[in-house]
Design a protein around this ligand. Structure first.
Ligand SMILES: [Zn+2]
Length: 61
């Protein structure tokens, strides 16, 4: 299981997502960036920034 906290990229944002697939996390994060932070274009640098901040987490038992 992997997790991305938007707050690691946008200070103060509480949004986060969890998924097994990194690609799905990036897809969800990109959607969140568009809807919540007004990013109209998700650039490669943004994708890399998201990817570098994805953390592995133990699945909650
Ligand atoms: Zn956010």
């Amino acid at each position: 299981m992997k997790e991305f906290h938007c707050g690691s990229l946008v200070p103060g944002c509480d949004w986060h997502t969890r998924h097994e697939e990194e690609a799905e996390i990036i897809r969800r994060a990109a959607e969140h960036m568009r809807q919540t932070h007004g990013e109209t274009v998700i650039r490669e640098t943004m994708v890399e920034a998201i990817r570098s901040r994805i953390e592995k987490v133990r699945s909650a038992a």
